[in-house]
Design a binder for this molecule. Structure first.
Ligand code: ATP
Length: 276
């Protein structure tokens, strides 16, 4: 099987208990009353890279956006069920979604730097949040963590649009890191990048996971196999008719298991390329 050949071995102690960061129970999302995803139960753990895979429209991005309340910004979107972050109900009325997005950062499919200098891209979030500390230091640390400092240290005042696509995506990762998150969400972060830039982002993810919990949506199963510790496979349930497509979680297991010995036959069919 092609994908399992690229599986990265998880060398961490399998017996070690890791903290549960998110717990989703019966999570569902509707858009303007139409069910998009239903009945998602899952736990996501500290310092894991968890990959969401599955066919188009199964709700991977929708579930990802629930994790930092980005769906609040989508008109007509409503969230059902419960979702806790460090045991706090993320959707409780007293929770400030802006504070959530500071702690749970996000990187999108297309690099989207602000039309500002490299420095100001990183400093923007900390300034808005009124973060204390030496801004030069925050900028340098964030760029170093995103493996970008050596590339840009002599041109911090240059416009970010002058960077290559791969550098821009690493800038967006540095920008997410600058607000001191503990989780980084990545929605197909490499789909607009060439293979070399993709490789750099994947390497970076593996470096960052010692400090952050990462959740990545990817269409690329080899990428899920190369970088993730655990993989969640979603499907589109068509049993209520073609016009009632409902995304459902099929299984969430260690990546090696998902690609070599999954619990569900639908997962096996998908990862071996029989459908999707
Ligand atoms: N902003 C939106 N408004 C209305 N419906 C939406 C919106 N975003 C997603 N949907 C619907 O929700 C369902 C799940 O979409 P979502 O984008 O989460 O799936 P996905 O698995 O990430 O798909 P893809 O792999 O194609 O990006 C789809 O039926 C989609 O049409």
């Amino acid at each position: 099987m092609g994908v399992s050949a690229g599986l990265r071995k998880d060398t961490r102690d399998p017996g070690a208990t890791r903290n549960e960061i998110f717990k989703l129970s019966g999570l569902g999302v509707t858009y303007s009353g139409k069910v998009a995803v239903e009945g998602v139960d899952m736990s996501l753990y500290e310092n894991d890279i968890t990959a969401f895979i599955g066919p188009s429209g199964c709700g991977k991005s929708t579930v990802l956006r629930c994790l930092n309340r980005m769906n609040d910004l989508v008109p007509g979107a409503t969230v059902q069920g419960t979702l806790t972050y460090h045991d706090v109900d993320l959707y409780a009325p007293e929770v400030d979604p802006v504070a959530v997005r500071q702690r749970v950062g996000m990187v999108f499919q297309k690099p989207n730097p602000f039309p500002k200098s490299i420095y100001d891209n990183i400093a923007f979030g900390p300034r808005v949040l009124g973060m204390k500390g030496d801004m030069d230091e925050i900028v340098e640390t964030s760029l170093r963590k995103a493996a970008l400092w050596d590339d840009v240290k002599d041109r911090l005042k240059d416009n970010a649009f002058g960077m290559s696509g791969g550098q821009q995506q690493r800038l967006c990762i540095a920008r997410a890191i600058a607000t001191s998150p503990d989780v980084i969400l990545m929605d197909e972060p490499c789909s607009a990048l060439d293979p070399i830039s993709t490789g750099k982002i994947e390497e970076l993810m593996l470096e960052l996971k010692s400090q952050y919990t990462i959740v990545i949506v990817t269409h690329n199963m080899q990428q899920a196999a190369r970088v993730s510790d655990r993989t969640a496979f979603f499907i589109v349930d068509l049993s209520a008719g073609e016009s009632n497509r409902i995304g459902r979680l099929v299984e969430l297991n260690p990546t090696e298991k998902v690609f070599t010995n999954p619990d569900d036959s639908r997962t096996e069919e998908y990862v071996t390329g029989k459908f999707g």
